[in-house]
Write a protein that binds this ligand. Structure first.
Ligand SMILES: [Zn+2]
Ligand SMILES: [Zn+2]
Length: 309
């Protein structure tokens, strides 16, 4: 009974499913197999979304481990030996030596401002200046663009302080919107302000070092919400997928999450001409692939292109 499809179907209308009402442990593998039979989800998309969700879950459980959390609680007691404590604790939990990249990731999270203080840090002019100088040193035409969608910022997308910093770094602003953006209902023109985005979100103990900061437009920063990987907010996206279409409807927040997930999933590249966000601003449109589910506005039904394709 526990794992029968009839039982699962009875649980769908319930808001509070406990281990009792679920009948002990539901066999996740068979549940997944049933879900995958719903054609317009598609096995691969669902699997990837679940991988994103589960990776974040494991990461979050690690960060909440009491022994590791002590590093955030008593940072001075762990000076110089945080890596060693993390390495042995993860090995104790999982029975294998963790890769150094994980040790370093956990240390940055546990010793960051958010973990120590529990409040978001103010982004300083110095950090913005360093980010701008990084753009100036790496972009061939010194263009100030959104790291997620490639939107080329205009001078009035920043306040006077950041404008001065951009001028000092000799960055180039765009004179106007890309003409393609003007009628793009999936990416309306507002929300084009320049923001500093935490790659690992602050809510997940993302640190405020330069390696965790990127420049994003307000549209993309909003669309990432508090999630780290594109398909992590899978239930938010799927719950809003129907209401997000047609674009003339006003469910903007949901659409932002979905469009940004599609942009990130496409690897920041136009699917037709392969131009990247270094050169062009990207958008996402529903692909008409003849399938009855084509109007279902989820990232995997969207095609990511630049405005010239
Ligand atoms: Zn953007
Ligand atoms: Zn293109």
């Amino acid at each position: 009974m526990t794992n029968s499809i009839e039982h699962i179907l009875r649980l769908i209308p319930e808001n509070d499913v406990t281990t009792d009402t679920a009948g002990g442990e539901i066999d996740a593998t068979s549940l997944l197999a049933w879900v995958a039979t719903i054609q317009h989800i598609g096995n691969g998309n669902l699997n990837l979304a679940l991988v994103h969700v589960l990776l974040r879950t494991v990461e979050t459980f690690l960060l909440a481990d009491n022994a590791l959390l002590n590093i955030a609680r008593y940072p001075h007691a762990y000076l110089g030996r945080a890596d060693q404590v993390i390495r042995s604790r993860v090995e104790e939990l999982f029975g294998v030596a963790p890769p150094e990249s994980l040790v370093s990731h956990l240390r940055k999270c546990l010793t960051g401002h958010m973990a120590r203080v529990g409040q978001k840090a103010v982004i300083t002019a110095r950090q913005v200046s360093e980010l701008f100088r990084h753009v100036a040193a790496t972009h061939p035409r010194r263009e100030l663009r959104c790291s997620v969608c490639g939107y080329h910022f205009q001078a009035n997308d920043v306040g006077s302080t950041r404008r001065d910093l951009a001028d000092a770094a000799e960055l180039v602003f765009a004179p106007d919107y890309d003409p393609g953006r003007l009628n793009d209902e999936m990416k309306p023109q507002d929300y084009s302000r320049l923001e500093i985005d935490h790659i690992v979100p602050e809510e997940g103990l993302g640190w405020d070092g330069l390696d965790n900061l990127q420049i994003a437009c307000q549209f993309c920063n909003n669309g990432r919400l508090i999630f780290r990987r594109p398909l992590e907010p899978v239930s938010t996206m799927m719950a809003g997928a129907l209401s997000a279409f047609p674009p003339s409807r006003t469910h903007r927040m949901t659409r932002q999450v979905i469009v940004v997930a599609a942009l990130r999933g496409a690897g920041f590249q136009c699917s037709k001409c392969e131009a990247t966000t270094h050169d062009r601003e990207l958008t996402a449109q529903l692909r008409d692939n003849g399938s009855p589910s084509r109007l279902w506005c989820v990232p995997w039904n969207l095609e990511v292109t630049c405005y010239r394709c």
